[in-house]
Design a protein around this ligand. Sequence first.
Ligand SMILES: CC(C)(COP(=O)(O)OP(=O)(O)OC[C@H]1O[C@@H](n2cnc3c(N)ncnc32)[C@H](O)[C@@H]1OP(=O)(O)O)[C@@H](O)C(=O)NCCC(=O)NCCS
Length: 140
Amino acid sequence: MIELRPAVISDVPALIGLWEVAAENDSRPADSQAKVEALIARDPDACTIAVTPEGRVVGSLISGWDGWRAHLYRLAVHPDIRRRGLARRLLAHAEDRLVALGASRVDAMVLEDNELGQSLWKSLGYEPQEDWRRWVRPVG
Ligand SMILES: CC(C)(COP(=O)(O)OP(=O)(O)OC[C@H]1O[C@@H](n2cnc3c(N)ncnc32)[C@H](O)[C@@H]1OP(=O)(O)O)[C@@H](O)C(=O)NCCC(=O)NCCS
């Protein structure tokens, strides 16, 4: 049985390794050990990972709650075990957490050309919000 649990610092190298092979990798800042450690320090339950009985990290989902809005990031499942319901489990787990924290809506950013991602979100009840665009400016 694949276990879902919060990522801890010692999981970070494996998690970054998972994202290199499994995540939607275009159009986002580079990952680093320090950035993921900072996320875990800020909110130890935000980054859920899926771990096999052998200890392999095969899935991830970050659920962010800032006290106002809830956002999902880095939904990724290793190519070896796709289409077995793991993304569905990760998402249900994250939604439960976010509702318990006070969220009434959650969202995710999905690249326009990520047809696989769009199939997943659509099948799990999410819809694109056509009248909004994300406006960004690099800082720091
Ligand atoms: C998208 C992704 C997370 C799905 O993970 P998964 O564990 O295979 O998904 P699930 O098995 O839980 O599938 C849930 C539903 O999503 C849809 N879905 C998943 N993969 C699909 C595919 N290849 N084609 C069409 N629909 C698909 C199906 O409706 C599926 O339900 P079903 O199997 O009962 O038909 C995985 O393919 C992945 O990591 N892709 C690369 C990263 C990515 O694009 N992430 C999304 C970022 S926005």
